[in-house]
Design a protein around this ligand. Structure first.
Ligand code: ASP
Length: 457
């Protein structure tokens, strides 16, 4: 057992990621209960009173939404320092540039290939099921009318988004602090990578204080995550309640086939592609893998944000799967921004669906462009709720489908966002496990038993 694991193990006995508290209930069980109770209460009140009911609206906007937002913000406020500390330390820890190059290439190839696979699954389903072709015209007209306003806002946001050579130039920040303030993750990642590389080139006695500083910064962020996750059962309940209490369930019915297509695609990727990758690439038992990371999946589901989940993702991946910090510190911050399998699948299905609704025929060539654009925009999308919507409008417009068409799906987006974010984050952990295994870190088959004190299943 490494020194670091020995260091964190005793502290993790009552931690946020699944240890038992004094009364014996594991935190992830409490979070799960929060999810179920919050979700069910919201649904019941919605059905009973109607999502528009005044008192219910008041409870949502004055109680559950603020509580949920505070929880979300506690997690998001850690993201910039955590990404900076863990990425630069991860890179510095990898030591030489050749190793970094090898791991970097492996990670990016994995991200791109698995994301592309996800889009193909989505496109195969949407072409077969044809949900857009079967959407009744009156439903289409009503949705365009109801969500037209929001779609116009989305279109305005999409105006500011362009995808071209400038996108790549912008990855290099002019001012890393300004990038951090804007939460421009690709630029922050770039600076952190370069900073880590630079640290490896500074004489070690000079680099040592900075490395200690970054380690302390990372450790302090971990403590904050633990504190925040103590609130998770309530935060998760509040977030889920806010969504289910206000949601228009009739929409789910009118858009049923589309929603089923997206969910089926996500389910196939989650239950077929991931287990195969976990089994054959990470060489872990998929069932145990999923059990170990359930806190991560629930956090992703309830926050709809890869970025907000990142602190938990890192903690769990290190402690429960035994992925060393230099790998998790490198792969996971990158993954939270660039590896969005669920988002890419959702984008592919949605573009085709809206094209079907508007009767725009997309041939093989156009669909190939949809694949490429979905993968690229999933890399560029921010890991926040609805982060992919402005980019999705861009993809629609690129293949000649009216961007306003986004109005049709906006009403169900939050529910789909929760599901696709769960996949995005699970994909990141899968990638980290694969990279760790390929670098010879996880001892075959024993890997998930690596930190006995954190084992609770
Ligand atoms: N909410 C997603 C995430 O954070 C991004 C998106 O698809 O909108 O991973």
């Amino acid at each position: 057992m490494s020194e670091r694991q020995e260091k964190v193990t005793p502290a993790s006995g009552d931690d946020a990621q699944g240890g038992n508290d004094a009364r014996g209930m594991a935190l992830h069980t409490k979070i799960f209960l929060g999810l179920v109770i919050g979700g069910a209460t919201g649904v019941v009140l919605n059905v009973w009173l109607g999502g528009e009911q005044r008192h219910l609206q008041w409870v949502v906007s004055h109680i559950s939404e603020p509580v949920g937002q505070i929880f979300l913000r506690l997690l998001i406020m850690i993201v910039i320092p955590l990404v900076f500390a863990s990425l630069s330390l991860g890179v510095a820890g990898l030591g030489d540039l050749r190793k970094l190059g090898r791991i970097g290439i492996k990670t990016f190839l994995y991200f791109i290939l698995v994301t592309t696979l996800a889009v193909f699954i989505g496109l195969a389903l949407v072409n077969t099921i044809n949900p857009g072709g079967r959407l009744p015209t009156e439903v289409k007209a009503k949705l365009l009318e109801t969500y037209g306003g929001e779609a116009t806002q989305g279109l305005a946001r999409a105006e500011g988004v362009s995808f071209g050579i400038k996108t790549f130039v912008n990855i290099v920040p002019r001012n890393p602090l300004a990038a951090a303030v804007r939460m421009d993750m690709l630029a922050v990642i770039f600076f952190s990578l370069i900073f880590g590389i630079a640290l490896t080139r500074v004489p070690s006695y000079r680099a040592a204080p900075m490395i200690s500083f970054l380690e302390a910064l990372g450790d302090a962020m971990v403590v904050i995550v633990d504190l925040a996750m103590k609130l998770a059962p309530y935060g998760v309940a509040a977030l889920i309640f806010s969504v289910t209490a206000r949601f228009g369930y009739d929409l789910l019915l009118s858009l049923g086939l589309y929603v089923i297509t997206v969910l089926l695609g996500l389910a196939i990727h989650l239950l077929v592609s991931y287990p195969l990758l976990i089994r054959f690439f990470a060489r872990l038992n998929p069932w145990r893998f999923f059990r170990r990371i359930q806190t991560v999946m629930i956090t992703a589901f309830s926050t709809s944000s890869s970025a907000a989940t990142l602190p938990t993702t890192m903690r769990v991946t290190e402690e429960k799967l035994g992925v060393p910090r230099e790998i998790s510190g490198f792969v996971l911050p990158l993954g939270a921004t660039m590896n969005m399998n669920g988002t890419a699948l959702f984008e592919g299905v949605t573009v085709l669906f809206i094209a079907q609704v508007f009767g725009v025929k997309l041939g093989l060539g156009a669909q190939l462009i949809v694949v490429i654009m979905s993968v690229l925009t999933a890399i560029g999308a921010a890991g926040v709720p609805g982060g992919s919507i402005p980019l999705l409008i861009l993809v629609l417009q690129t293949v000649g489908v009216p961007g306003e068409g986004i109005a049709i799906i906006l009403g169900v987006d939050r529910i789909l966002d929760m599901c696709r974010t769960t996949l995005n984050v699970t994909g990141d952990v899968t990638a980290a496990a694969f990279v760790a295994r390929s670098e010879g870190f996880l001892p075959v088959d024993k890997s998930v038993e690596i930190v006995p004190a954190a084992v609770d299943s």
